[in-house]
Design a protein around this ligand. Structure first.
Ligand code: HEM
Ligand code: MG
Length: 332
């Protein structure tokens, strides 16, 4: 039987997380890393297994302990990722590329490709990783990071909401102009806006109330995936409602609807069928129906059971977050 997801932290205060029991060790040749600098950091400090092969429960536990992600949001991301990128039969997920280490795959069209897989979670207009159509979607890219020089223009040398508002919009404009295959619908629409807030909510030291992220600290996480010396995690859990509040700040500055280029550059067209941020339950339901379901059109037996169980865990996130969503019915 699949283990139930971990509950919330009992103490959500700021605390030292770069501790001697979780030392930074650079990944070895067989350790897998991927497009998420947060999970890469947790692996490099042993909060999740250093080989980069994890269970969704281990992710929930670690993002709470290391970064004070709220239980609702942690469940939402961990089970969403596992449902599309993980092996539902072995309960293992690669935080990077596809590997035999997650065990024998269920049948195609299931991908079980790890977090590097394009479209189902990883997507375009990332801050420090190139669009898949244009290059390497998972390793740190210095040219992209240099655009964080936006921070000098809008944030007095720090990354903060004033910067994130402009940077998110600029990254979208850049992909529209350069990537004929630019895809910015569900789930990427939601993850791209959330991730622009993550450096502010998760990487500013929990004792620092300014809302300003030092760029050396940003680089330490984005590039090296390493906690700064003496780093305290945030003092406030980032819940679903909190992240949606952050997203609104960015969206209101430059509203862009979910959409895509249609095969040529500069052809961005809004897709009215892809839910926007005013409809979180639509994001949840659309993900289950349009992203997860096509990977498992005719699952049966233990696979179907695991699929529905993980969908229950995903839905539990919306219940804990008081989002008022109706559960998408089990697949049969
Ligand atoms: C990006 C997964 C938690 C920070 C990503 C991406 C994936 C991912 C697949 C690539 C998306 C893309 O840019 O195309 C997850 C999962 C999590 C999680 C499953 C489970 C809870 C976190 C946490 C942090 C974090 C706790 C911060 C401490 C980021 C940032 C990016 C990102 C900043 C954007 C990278 C960029 O645009 O260059 N994550 N993540 N993530 N993640 Fe995570
Ligand atoms: Mg990406």
């Amino acid at each position: 039987d699949l283990p139930s997801p971990p509950g919330p932290l009992s103490d959500t205060s700021a605390k030292l997380v770069n501790v001697p029991t979780h030392p930074y060790i650079a990944p070895g040749p067989n350790d897998i890393r991927g497009p998420c600098p947060g999970l890469n950091t947790l692996a490099n400090h042993g909060y999740i297994p250093r080989n980069g092969i994890v269970t969704p429960g281990q992710i929930v536990e670690a993002v709470q302990e290391g970064f004070n992600m709220g239980n609702d949001f942690a469940r939402f991301l961990a089970y969403a990722a596992h449902l599309v990128d993980g092996n539902l039969l072995t309960n293992l997920l690669s935080i990077g590329g596809k590997t035999l280490e997650t065990g024998p795959d269920p049948p195609a069209p299931a991908i079980v490709g790890g977090l590097n897989t394009h479209r189902v979670f990883e997507g375009d207009a990332s801050h420090t990783r190139v669009d898949t159509f244009l290059g390497d979607n998972h390793n740190f890219n210095e040219t992209l990071f240099d655009k964080v020089s936006f921070s000098n223009k809008f944030g007095n040398g720090f990354y903060n909401f004033a910067v994130a508002k402009e940077f998110r919009f600029q990254l979208i404009q850049d992909s529209i102009a350069a990537n004929s295959q630019f895809l910015f619908t569900l789930p990427r629409y939601f993850s791209a806006y959330s991730e622009s807030c993550f450096p502010i909510f998760f990487w500013i030291d929990g004792r620092n109330p300014t809302g300003n992220l030092d760029l050396d600290v940003a680089r330490s996480f984005f590039e090296t995936a390493r906690f700064p010396k003496g780093f305290f995690r945030a003092n406030t859990p980032t819940t679903l409602k909190r992240i949606l509040g952050g997203i609104d700040i960015l969206y209101d500055a430059h509203p862009v609807g979910p959409g895509a280029n249609n095969g040529t550059v500069n052809s961005y067209t809004v897709d009215p069928t892809s839910p926007d941020f005013s409809n979180f339950c639509g994001i949840y339901a659309g993900f289950v129906t349009h992203i997860v379901r096509p990977l498992y059109p005719d699952a049966q037996g233990p696979l179907l059971e695991a699929l529905n169980k993980n969908l229950d865990f995903l839905y539990s996130a919306t219940v804990i977050g008081n989002m008022g969503c109706t559960q998408v019915p089990h697949f049969t």
